[in-house]
Ligand binder design. Structure first.
Ligand code: NAD
Length: 495
């Protein structure tokens, strides 16, 4: 098997960092970081390794009173942080990125164990490297004032100021990277941030925050660990001015409701069910690896992964069999093993969802080309890399977000029909078109209802390219200049 192609492509991120020559010292640093985030006054909750199911550390379970205290501290710290100015904040963010680089291997090991993604491939080392890269880009990006009218009589400018206190609520699939996507622009613009990581993956995020906080002033960035009730309180808190939320569409709807109370501005990165359309002129062998990693990055637990693939009848069997071969070959197992590039599901609920959807697809005529069952010999939460052919829209594996290693491949004969089916669901995060003819692909791309449409790749993100969903996948943009605007309030200066 050749090297996997990272689907999250960023020139600044080295997805295949060399193996750490000082594995022992990284393990010691990992222990030291886990010690830092341990609950101080007893209590808390054990967190298990997703692959081995052994306890790896203990995370705090903080109360609503502690959350309220964190918001109050963040609110008190915000004016001085904003007053530091862009240059000094950027300097501190760059210093934080350097600290992340220095601790990258330890952070990668923690997220690999807690979340399950292997160190290698587009995995845990890639995630740690991405955190530093996104911080550096936020530090370097400038949101200039805009002169909107200057006609001799009126001079009006739009300037951007901090919103205030940002509440950042994240999921468990790319816990550190998504936290940085929320934190980096927010801090850059002069906001302070209270972060509530997923209850499934608090250790990696708290460890990351502790590393960033080595260089930030007190209370500018505060992590609060706990469950859904804590997230709900953060989203509805009267002193939260902006909520950056990444997670399910169901939770996103609740956050919209709570924003009626505090009028918090929202960025909602919600669930996806990305379609890919393979046009008849595509070369199955040439696109197979791109399709594979588009679907199976992080073992399918990626918001903008390819989750349903529409392939033209004329090359259907060739694409299915190329994907089946890759599915059988790409190594899956414990993430700390340098050989592996696919891992387990992160939690039992997600494992159950994937199992249920594949079983249902089999009952509804799906042909299992690869996988199709748990990989119990690898561990409790492993599910084989699965390709299911001969399914159609209406089958749950196609219509629902699987968020795991099972790709349905759907046959079509009329591209108009494929476009209609791709647009037929509530989700609208990403999509892709695969073809040897870029212009033809672009024409199809423009007709797809998705925040991003990739051509001949799927899921690559870049810190300067805006990213966000439409329809049920939410609203608001992250990354680049648009991402800075999303954590700022515009003010008009007229005169
Ligand atoms: P989830 O909605 O269950 O949880 C996300 C976070 O919200 C957690 O921290 C949780 O504690 C918190 N939360 C739960 N209830 C809350 C409430 N009422 N108010 C406020 N916060 C609350 O999502 P998940 O299962 O952790 O993540 C998987 C989902 O996230 C998938 O649907 C995936 O597609 C989506 N996702 C989207 C993106 C994107 O960029 N669009 C990225 C990653 C994941």
């Amino acid at each position: 098997m050749s090297d996997p192609t990272p689907a999250l492509t960023d020139p600044a991120v080295d997805g295949d960092a060399p193996a750490d020559a000082t594995g022992a010292s990284s393990a010691q640093e990992e222990d030291a970081l886990l010690d830092r985030v341990r609950p101080v006054a007893g209590g808390g909750r054990d967190i298990k390794d997703a692959a081995t199911r052994q306890v790896i550390g203990r995370a705090p379970e903080q109360s609503v009173a502690e959350l309220d205290d964190a918001v109050a501290r963040a609110k008190a710290a915000q004016p001085a942080w904003e007053a530091l100015g862009h240059e000094e904040r950027s300097r501190l963010l760059l210093a934080a990125a350097d600290r992340i680089d220095a601790s990258a291997e330890a952070l990668a090991r923690i997220v690999s164990r807690e979340q399950g993604k292997p160190l290698n491939g587009p995995g845990a080392r890639f995630e740690a490297g991405g955190c530093a890269a996104w911080l550096r880009t936020a530090a370097a990006t400038v949101l200039e004032p805009e002169v909107v009218v200057d006609d001799g009589e009126v001079h009006a400018e739009l300037i951007y100021k901090a919103v205030g206190v940002v509440g950042a609520i994240g999921p468990w699939n790319w816990p550190m990277l998504i936290a940085v996507w929320q934190i980096a622009p927010a801090l850059r613009m002069g906001n302070t941030v209270v972060v509530k990581p997923s209850e499934y993956t608090p250790l990696s995020v708290l460890a990351l925050l502790s590393v960033i906080n080595e260089v930030l002033p007190a209370d500018v960035l505060i992590g609060v660990a706990g469950g859904r009730e804590l997230g709900a309180r953060l989203a509805s808190h009267p002193d939260i001015d902006k909520v950056m939320f990444t997670g399910s569409t169901a939770t996103g709807r609740k956050i919209i409701e709570s924003s009626a109370g505090n009028l918090a501005r929202l960025t909602l990165e919600l669930g996806g069910n990305d379609a890919g359309i393979v046009l008849p002129d595509a070369d199955p062998q040439a696109i197979a690896e791109g399709l594979f990693w588009g679907a199976f990055i992080n073992t399918g637990q990626t918001c903008a992964a390819l989750k349903r693939l529409y392939v033209h009848d004329s090359i259907y069997e060739d694409v299915v069999s190329a994907l089946g071969q890759l599915a059988e070959q790409v190594p899956m197992g414990v993430g700390l093993d340098e050989e592996n590039v696919l891992g387990p599901l992160q939690n039992e609920q997600q494992f159950d969802i994937v199992s249920r959807l594949v079983e249902d697809a089999k009952r509804n005529g799906g042909r299992v080309v690869a996988g199709g069952s748990p990989a119990a010999e690898l561990g409790e939460l492993f599910y084989r890399t699965t390709i299911v052919a001969d399914v159609a829209d209406g089958v749950a594996l196609v219509d629902e977000e699987q968020f795991g290693p099972a790709l349905p491949v759907i046959r079509y004969s009329d591209v108009e029909d494929a476009i209609a089916r791709a647009n037929g669901l509530e989700a609208g995060l990403g999509a892709s078109v695969w073809s040897s003819d870029r212009d033809a692909a672009r024409k199809v791309a423009q007709r797809l209802q998705a925040g991003t449409v990739w051509i001949n790749s799927h899921g690559g993100v870049h810190p300067m390219i805006p990213f966000g969903g439409v329809k049920g996948s939410g609203y608001g943009l992250e990354f680049g200049v648009e991402g800075l605007k999303a954590v700022a309030v515009p003010q008009v200066i007229n005169g």
